[in-house]
Design a protein around this ligand. Structure first.
Ligand code: PNS
Length: 174
């Protein structure tokens, strides 16, 4: 049984991520999407929300399993019994960061191989950061994310604007 671990922040999971998960399923028996706790980022969705949204988005893909992990990726590989790490490469600009990570991971653990896959052209510019920015600025973000993620983003934005309007309300005097 060949397993690949697909780590990331997935805040949120996009059609680009989904594209890769589907492609990887043609090469591996099992794709484990591993949602990372990244202390340097302030996420829009909590770790559990991100995990749940990926599960909902991949419900039709029996080869996909979703987990969360903390700590080193090279340790997660062993824990989840995976043979390789999967990362997406969209553009040349991704390359330097990805090369550094892949080489560091291999230095930490000699057997840790990273496999890079390119998404389809129509998803090659899709990034979680841009989806969030477009959504927050009232742009059309729905074409870039799976339906469960689109609904969850809308709910977050509604909750945020409810909170803002509560905060800006005049104090009530009797
Ligand atoms: O989606 P992202 O934010 O680009 O994913 C980055 C991620 C989670 C894959 C990376 O930060 C990671 O592997 N974190 C786990 C901690 C670790 O192993 N750090 C050393 C990497 S060389």
């Amino acid at each position: 049984m060949k397993t690949v671990l697909y780590p990331g922040s997935f805040d949120p999971f996009t059609n680009g991520h989904l594209d890769l998960v589907v492609r990887a399923g043609l090469l591996f028996d099992r794709v484990i999407v591993a949602v990372a706790i990244n202390s340097e980022k302030t996420p829009m969705f909590s770790l559990e929300e991100r995990k749940q949204l990926i599960e909902e988005s991949c419900r039709h893909l029996p080869h996909v399993q979703v987990v969360t992990f903390q700590g080193l990726l090279v340790d997660a590989i062993v824990r989840f019994d995976a043979q390789a790490v999967l990362r997406g490469l969209r553009a040349f600009s991704d390359f330097e960061y990805e090369l550094q990570m892949a080489l560091m991971n291999r230095s930490l653990r000699r057997q840790c191989e990273t496999i890079f896959m390119m998404p389809t052209l129509k998803n090659s510019f899709v990034a979680s950061r841009l989806v969030k920015e477009v959504a927050q600025l009232n742009g059309e973000f729905r074409p870039y994310v799976p339906e469960p993620v689109a609904r969850a983003i809308e709910e977050k934005l509604r909750a945020r604007s409810r909170k803002q309007s509560q905060n800006t309300e005049e104090p009530h005097h009797d």
